[in-house]
Write a new protein. Structure first.
Length: 357
């Protein structure tokens, strides 16, 4: 399967936080079809890919991405049949209403819904100028009563809800449009990196990981880091592009300018020696790279770098416009260069190099 098809499948997959089953299924099938090694998942839907050639005596490189997407969960069913819901992940109230979503039924089917708020015709002048909060919104599936929602639609509280968006690719401009690029692009990058390294004679053992529930506190990574016990790690991310709203001097994550390597966010000060190694290697090989320093945000690098006595971690981010909303734009070349950079880094790692970080 080529990279574009893999990204399409992963983007279209429904994978709310804690409900990443479809992503797990796609990743495990890819790993098996490409003979990447043994593959398994745990009860939290974290996926582990371990090549058969891992010697068990070399330093361990963890190649990570999170498999969940910003999503919602049904909190209550109102008497009129609409669904009260909570966000899973960091949503802006401005981006939530008037979009289509999919709600999972108790028996595993998916029902279309609309995120609804009070129509403009029924708003006061003050309300028209105010952004509704999520508490003011409901999901309407076309039901007319709580009984119909539960007995006919078979939807109950605790049901996951995801954006209803279909992947597109503009070949002429090399631009992808879809949902969940944060972080299905990272998931694809983990799988492609493992594939590209499959026949390489490495100085390290590589373990590919898809961690669950990152959007609600990096929960999966707290488990995977303790299972893998890495000596060093690379985390792939679909990271927020800033090239459509920042002044030129402050743009640090532009689409079509290559992968972004982040020095700092709220979860981690990136190991400066590993960071410098990656940046200089990218420049040496002609791989475009960008650098960022962020005042907010966080990644799986946070829990991973604090594990196993301290772990050097870098973030390789594919720039995505408008993440944490229903739709995002990303460039295929940025994705390919992210995978290429990770592969070239791992090919150069060994015990001595890692200790120098």
């Amino acid at each position: 399967m080529n990279s574009l098809k893999l990204i399409e499948q992963l983007s279209n997959a429904y994978g709310a936080c804690g409900f990443e089953d479809q992503v797990v299924e796609i990743a495990e099938k890819f790993a098996q079809d490409e003979a990447l090694g043994s593959v398994r998942h745990d009860c939290n839907l974290n996926v582990y890919i371990t090549p058969e050639k891992n010697a068990g005596k070399k330093p361990v490189v963890m190649v990570d991405a999170h498999s969940d997407e910003v999503s919602f969960i049904v909190q209550a069913i109102k008497p009129n049949g609409t669904l009260q819901f909570l966000p899973l992940g960091g949503w802006s109230n401005y981006t939530v209403p008037a979009h289509k979503v999919k709600v999972q039924t108790y028996d595993g089917r998916w029902v279309s819904g609309i995120v609804a708020s009070t129509p403009v015709h029924f708003l006061s002048a003050a309300q028209k100028n105010a952004c509704p909060t999520i508490a003011d919104m409901v999901i309407d599936i076309g039901s007319t009563s709580k009984e119909e929602t539960e007995k006919v639609y078979n939807i109950h509280i605790g049901a996951p809800v995801v954006p209803d968006v279909t992947f597109e690719y503009d070949e002429n401009n090399d631009v992808m449009l879809g949902k969940a690029f944060d972080n299905r692009l990272g998931c694809a990058a983990v799988l492609d990196t493992m594939k590209d390294l499959k026949n390489e004679d490495l100085g390290v053992d590589v373990v590919g990981v898809l961690s669950s529930q990152e959007e609600i506190g990096e929960r999966g990574a707290f488990v995977t880091r303790d299972v893998v016990k890495p000596d060093i790690a690379i985390c792939f991310e679909g990271c927020p592009a800033d090239d459509t709203f920042n002044p030129d001097y402050f743009i640090q994550t532009a689409m079509k300018k290559g992968p972004m390597l982040r020095h700092f966010d709220k979860s981690m000060v990136t190991n400066p020696r590993f960071q410098r190694f990656a940046l200089e290697l990218g420049r040496e090989l002609g791989i475009p790279v960008q650098e960022s320093v962020r005042s907010g945000g966080g990644t799986n690098g946070g829990p991973i770098h604090l594990s196993n006595g301290g772990v050097p971690v870098i973030i390789i981010g594919v720039p995505v416009r408008y993440i944490h909303s229903h739709h995002g734009f990303a460039c295929m070349a940025d994705y390919n260069n992210s995978v290429k950079l990770a592969v070239e880094i791992i090919k150069r790692l060994n015990d001595e190099t890692i200790k120098s970080f």
